[in-house]
Ligand binder design. Structure first.
Ligand code: SF4
Length: 187
């Protein structure tokens, strides 16, 4: 048997989105390890709230959690070319790409050969775009993308239920400054 054979490094974008994916992977007898790498979250006070919720969720679901350093300046530097781009545009693709790439690199460092992400559970994101990116990186790094559409079987509803039951922090914007400003503009 291969080392770390049932382990899956699950990139988690936030506690709300990752509750159901963690449970689903556990039900399928994988051993998910949550990986919190989200330099996109703005501002840092919001980052701390989301991180605290993630810790609590993982404790409740008995899921190991790895927290990456918070590097918003690195993120803003990389995303500069997408300033002015709206949520849902190429900006989001680049943002997902950045987080998926770091996740698969981390998985390789840990000798875990499977990975996936909670990003795609959101109805505001394109599952196809994220899946294509994730599969591309899996091929390049000789790893496996666990190709589960977590939205199926009412996944988005279920993940929201878990977060309500645990009274987790519920944000009302995706994460970056652009998405926060869009929300303010719509009010
Ligand atoms: S809206 Fe969300 S996915 Fe899109 S760039 Fe901002 S944080 Fe990333």
């Amino acid at each position: 048997m291969k080392k770390n054979n049932n382990k899956v490094l699950l990139h988690t974008c936030c506690a709300i989105c990752s509750g159901y994916p963690i449970r689903k992977l556990q039900e399928l007898e994988y051993e998910p390890i949550a990986y919190f790498f989200n330099p996109n979250i703005y501002p840092d006070t919001e980052y701390q709230k989301r991180l605290e919720s993630q810790k609590r969720l993982c404790e409740e679901l008995k899921c190991e959690l790895i927290v990456e350093d918070y590097t918003p300046n690195m993120y803003m530097g990389i995303m500069q070319e997408f300033d002015g781009y709206e949520e849902g545009s190429a900006r989001c693709k680049r943002c997902s790409e950045l987080r998926l790439l770091r996740t698969i690199q981390k998985a390789k460092e840990l000798e875990i050969d499977k990975y996936t992400t909670s990003i795609s559970i959101s109805p505001h994101k394109s599952f196809t775009v994220i899946k294509d990116l994730a599969k591309f990186f899996a091929g390049y790094f000789q790893a496996e993308f666990i190709d589960i559409d977590f939205r199926e079987q009412n996944g988005f509803f279920k993940t929201n239920q878990i977060s309500k039951e645990l009274n987790l922090h519920r944000q009302n914007y995706c994460g970056c400054e652009t998405s926060m400003q869009r929300l303010q503009y719509m009010r």
